[in-house]
Design a protein around this ligand. Structure first.
Ligand SMILES: [Zn+2]
Length: 486
């Protein structure tokens, strides 16, 4: 027995030495690492092996796992934290905001170049850049300068932009070629040439989901957003998986389907690997406060909850929230206790009594402080009140209803009395991970978790709301891969 024990000891020690010997694939050094892990809140450096965070420690500790093939990122004192997880987005709609371009205010070729290049940053190659609203001054610009602006700013994307009067348009060389127009460079088109280019535009431009999802994921990566919870209920998981198979998905997506659809079709939630890029398992309903719809909502929530779905319901306002909490309470009574994590989308205007009731039921408040002006409409310290009442806070944007950039929410800390930058980062990482049953896999920078990481240019203090001092996203890492920057 003793021999066996010491044999086992050698085996264990041997293994740990072996794993320490292994060099990491990627390390981040010189960081102000906000781990959001209570066991080790601060660190200087991180090692990543495969898609997993393999070590968190001091610069010296992490340097020890740097080998010849290790990619080394110097954070230069910037903040390193878990990637943002936006708990409420309409992801395809975000991608679709790039499906048209407003050029009303574009009056010079320089401004046109700037506008087109911004779109090109996020669009997949080949996707059309369509738009309208040109100013007279732009149309009068020097033809050679205009041609250069159109062709050099988008060498891989066809550009086709209508004038205010749609009898003329701007097209670049790529668009001319697609339309079979025999012109070597871009410029103003009218009559026959305009018609030919127009016919080359895909009719399903705004429903080419693979391209739209790719745009959305590129855009998310630029903001350090590594996960989104898509509450648009349009069942797009397959489109996201297709993008993943093509190696282009840069965002983890938790895709919610419609509550009433799931119930009508008697669907059951699929079993997902919690570490996968695309997961499903939630249904989303809406309550606008009309009494006639409450019995149907109750029946649907009971049925979906019984089938094992996570249920999210949109509710804004005191009375509506009260009614949805009644539905949640009745469902718990009917189906019995389980770890169900009901999600109240927006959670604006919940009364003090209902906040306590929601806290007891472990309801998630899916909040969007930037959209709702820091919760100021319901008195100062509203979000802190939700937190103190025991509700679990998950942060998000509701983009494209509002800006997708989580830094704007961080800046809203100034106006949102009661909420610190620490609370916001925690809500946007740990809180959102909990809201999608993924807290074991992501949300903190800890050994063994998925390597979803963002590096910001500035040192962010958790105590002070100094995020407005120009902190920018330098690097975004998803699943161990650099998807933005560097
Ligand atoms: Zn929404």
């Amino acid at each position: 027995m003793r021999f066996f024990a010491s044999f086992l000891f050698v085996l264990i020690v041997g293994c740990s030495v072996f794993s320490q010997d292994r060099t990491a694939d990627l390390v981040i050094l010189n960081g102000n690492v906000l781990t959001m892990d209570e066991k080790r809140p601060r660190a200087e450096a991180i090692a990543v092996t495969g898609n997993i965070i393999s070590a968190v420690g001091t610069n010296a500790e992490i340097r020890a796992v740097v080998g010849e093939t290790t990619k080394v990122i110097d954070a230069k004192g910037g903040t390193v934290m878990p990637g943002f997880n936006d708990a409420h987005v309409h992801f395809m709609a975000i991608g679709n905001t790039f499906s048209s371009m407003d050029i009303k205010d574009v009056d010079t070729p320089e401004k046109l170049v700037e506008r087109i290049k911004y779109y090109v940053r996020f669009l997949p190659k080949g996707r059309w850049i369509l738009g309208s609203g040109g100013s007279e001054a732009l149309w009068k610009a020097d033809a050679a300068v205009l041609a250069k602006a159109l062709d050099e700013s988008a060498p891989d994307n066809p550009v086709f932009l209508y004038n205010t009067d749609p009898a003329s348009a701007l097209a670049n060389a790529v668009a001319m070629k697609k339309g079979g127009v025999k012109r070597a460079e871009g410029g103003i088109v009218g009559d026959g040439a305009l018609e030919r280019v127009r016919f080359a535009v895909p009719r399903d431009h705004t429903s080419r989901w693979a391209e739209i999802a790719e745009t959305a994921t590129n855009y998310a990566a630029s903001f350090g957003i590594t996960s989104v919870q898509d509450v648009h209920s349009d069942d797009m998981a397959e489109a996201y998986r297709e993008l993943e198979r093509a190696g282009k998905l840069k965002t983890r997506v938790y895709d919610c389907i419609s509550l009433s659809d799931a119930v009508a079709k008697k669907l059951s939630p699929p079993k997902n690997d919690p570490a996968s890029m695309v997961r499903t398992g939630c249904v989303k309903g809406t309550h606008e406060g009309d009494d006639e719809s409450t019995p149907k909502l109750l029946a649907d929530v009971i049925a979906a909850d019984k089938a094992g779905w996570q249920v999210a319901v949109h509710a804004i306002g005191t009375r509506t929230s009260y009614e949805v909490l009644d539905v949640f309470e009745a469902t718990i009574r009917e189906n019995g206790p389980r770890d169900r994590r009901f999600k109240l989308e927006h959670a604006e205007g919940i009364s003090a009594n209902d906040q306590k009731r929601a806290g007891k039921m472990n309801i998630i408040a899916s909040i969007q402080p930037y959209l709702f002006g820091g919760g100021a409409g319901f008195g100062s310290g509203y979000y802190l009140g939700l937190q103190n009442a025991g509700m679990k806070l998950a942060y998000g944007s509701d983009a494209p209803m509002t800006a997708f950039d989580p830094m704007l929410t961080m800046q809203a800390a100034d106006q949102t009395s009661g909420i610190s930058v620490y609370d916001i980062i925690r809500g946007y990482t740990v809180g959102s991970a909990y809201a999608e049953f993924a807290e074991k896999n992501k949300g903190t920078i800890s050994s063994g978790k998925l390597a979803d990481i963002v590096i910001l240019s500035e040192k962010v203090s958790e105590e002070k709301a100094n995020v407005g001092n120009g902190a920018k996203v330098i690097v975004t890492i998803v699943n161990g891969k650099i998807v933005y920057g560097y």
